[in-house]
Design a protein around this ligand. Structure first.
Ligand code: ZN
Length: 214
C-alpha cells in the first residue's frame, strides 16, 4: 500500500562554478524512445528538460568543455527487454538521439548496454585522457541511467553535478530518491542548469572584482 514519506532535505546549490577544462557534460539517453511521443519507453517529463539540456550544451560548447552523449543500445536477445518493453533497438528511430540535441562530429557518443555508462564502455578511458575530474550529468532516466552513471562516476572519485531541471523520471518519488542519494551518498552537487557557470577556480567576474575594489 502506498504511504507518505518526507524527502529528507538536501542542498540545491544556487551557484555551481566549474572549470571547463576539467569538466565534461554527460547527456544520458536523450533518445526518441524515451523522449518523443511514439517512443516505446516514454518518460513523459523528459521533453520538458530539452531546453535546459540545450542550454547546458551551449554552455559546454562555448567554453570548450568535453561533451559526451550516452546512447542506450540493445538488440535481439538482450535480457533488458525481459525487464522493460523493447526499447533502443540499434539502428531504429527510437534508438537515435533526439534531433534537438544531435551530437556534433567532435563529440563523443558512448553506446551502452546497461544503466551504468561506465559498464563495458570506454567512458572512463576517455575522461582520464582528457584529464576531466568533474561530470555534469543530465538526461533520463534520473533514477536509472543517470543515477547509475553518477554512482559509478562517484565510485571512481569524479565530482558529480546533477542539474535537477535537466533530468527526468517516471515518477516524482524516483527523481527525489535519486537526487537525495546523489547528494547524501555520493557527495554530489544538486543544482539547476542556470546555476552552472563555467569558470576556472579563482576566477572573479568583472562585477565581483569591482565590488571587491569598492
Ligand atoms: Zn535499456
Amino acid at each position: 500500500m502506498p504511504h507518505t514519506l518526507e524527502v529528507p532535505e538536501y542542498e540545491i546549490h544556487e551557484e555551481t562554478r566549474l572549470d571547463p577544462s576539467k569538466t565534461a557534460l554527460i547527456v544520458v539517453d536523450m533518445q526518441n524512445d524515451f523522449v518523443k511521443e511514439g517512443g516505446s519507453l516514454l518518460v513523459p517529463d523528459a521533453e520538458a528538460t530539452v531546453p535546459n539540456i540545450k542550454n547546458l550544451l551551449a554552455l559546454a560548447r562555448e567554453n570548450h568543455m568535453k561533451v559526451v552523449f550516452t546512447q542506450d543500445t540493445h538488440s535481439d536477445g538482450d535480457p533488458e527487454w525481459d525487464i522493460w518493453p523493447e526499447h533502443a533497438r540499434e539502428g531504429t528511430w527510437g534508438w537515435e538521439i533526439i534531433g534537438e540535441l544531435a551530437p556534433r562530429e567532435s563529440e563523443t557518443v558512448i553506446r551502452k548496454v546497461r544503466y551504468d555508462a561506465f559498464y563495458g564502455t570506454h567512458l572512463d578511458h576517455f575522461l582520464r585522457l582528457w584529464k576531466v575530474d568533474t561530470l555534469v550529468i543530465c538526461g533520463t532516466v534520473a533514477n536509472i541511467c543517470v543515477h547509475y552513471t553518477a554512482a559509478s562516476a562517484a565510485l571512481r572519485w569524479y565530482d558529480v553535478v546533477v542539474p535537477k531541471d535537466a533530468t527526468s523520471a517516471l515518477d516524482p518519488f524516483d527523481l527525489e530518491a535519486s537526487l537525495r542519494q546523489t547528494s547524501f551518498l555520493f557527495s554530489g552537487r544538486i543544482t539547476t542548469s542556470g546555476a552552472i557557470k563555467a569558470e576556472a577556480p579563482g576566477y572573479r567576474s568583472k562585477i565581483e572584482e569591482a565590488a571587491k575594489e569598492g
